[in-house]
Design a protein around this ligand. Sequence first.
Ligand code: UT7
Length: 402
Amino acid sequence: MPWLYLANTKIMATFEPRTDIDGGLAARRYAHIIGWGMAVPDTALSNDELSTFVETNDEWIFARTGIRQRYIADEGESTATLAYRAAQQALEVADILPTDLDLIVVATSTPENIFPSTASLVQDWLNAHEAGAFDLSAACSGFVYALNMAADSIRAGSIKAALVIGAETMSRILDWQDRSTCILFGDGAGAVVLQASDAPGGVLSSVLRSDGAGGDLLAIPSVGSIDANESRAGANGYKLYKMYMAGGEVFKFATRVVSESIEQTCKLAGISVKDIDLVIPHQANLRILQAASRKLGIDIRKFMSNVEHYGNTSAASIPIALCDAIEQKRIQDKNHIALVGFGGGLTWAAMVIRWGVPKPSEQHSSLLNRQRRHVQYRIAKWRSRSRRWRRRVNRKVQDMRN
Ligand code: UT7
């Protein structure tokens, strides 16, 4: 079946496994973003609509946060479906096949389940059967953590291509009676494809940090190794499965770590803060970005902000902002981009990327690749169903034998 062959043959050709000739140093590997995509639900919820069922108003929300609206997942949508849509777009831009992927990481605080992971669901739906998959929990810093893990694996030579996704359905864990949190968050997903290349650039440096002593400032008490019952959550002032945030404390923490960690990661990358062309921060509150811009001495116009349209989408906010920045042509070749995330844990993370999108040298025509991707998505559905069906038949046969 030639179409099956076409769909399953790897097309990445830039990077063959490294061979050390005469024991010499192998070529240095770099991890470049070569694809990006995002997805939000269809339904937008404006501040005015919110104020019909929560005691708040558009003036307060916009003045204190910069948010005008957010997207809310409909019944059929979930973290995994949003992640899948963003992933398909990212693969389209990268123009590689799902079977070219070696790793899928989904950063999320609202996973589909504890396990199977959201990443494994996406892996199955994409037919990325050569990839490992796992979820990563670092709240709103999760995307930068995940990108760092994937970039390190590429640079170490253990993988060639990774799909890194930030995806959330925050609307499902909000306390819609708590006006101090429910007005802030929204749903969405963003994804990037990271690929090995010998062209210098890509992810240059990162700083990952945590301060567990601040864990009680921002939390979603849920199922875990401790007894997560209502009364225990209540004793701590929390509601089970609902987000709790001490907003003022988190605000102070955020303004401190954004500037500090950008300075640290710039130093590691060997550049000055002044060399940063665009900061893509976690989109929590416009006032946090204004404070960070003052502290760093970077013009606020160099801070990407789209919080107005999406609210705070936690781990999804940075890749969504990256997609918007590319769409608005705010990123050019060789630009230095700083990503910075902060949130529950407490956690924070910053990264410097030198932008450049080295595509595979041996490209098939894009149209052909697109067709091959679509064949793979179809195969994925058929493959999963047939495997489940086979398992069921085997069980029945086993039962009949016993
Ligand atoms: O993504 C994870 C990281 N998260 C963050 O970085 C969030 C950081 N925190 C924040 O962005 C801000 O602290 C908030 C936006 C959450 C709150 O802003 P604030 O300026 O710190 O407001 P506040 O909590 O100090 O409240 C000020 C006043 C209070 O009234 P009184 O006591 O001064 O009379 C609140 O009751 O605003 C009142 N208020 C509201 N009024 C209308 C609080 N929430 C609302 C609301 N609508 N939704």
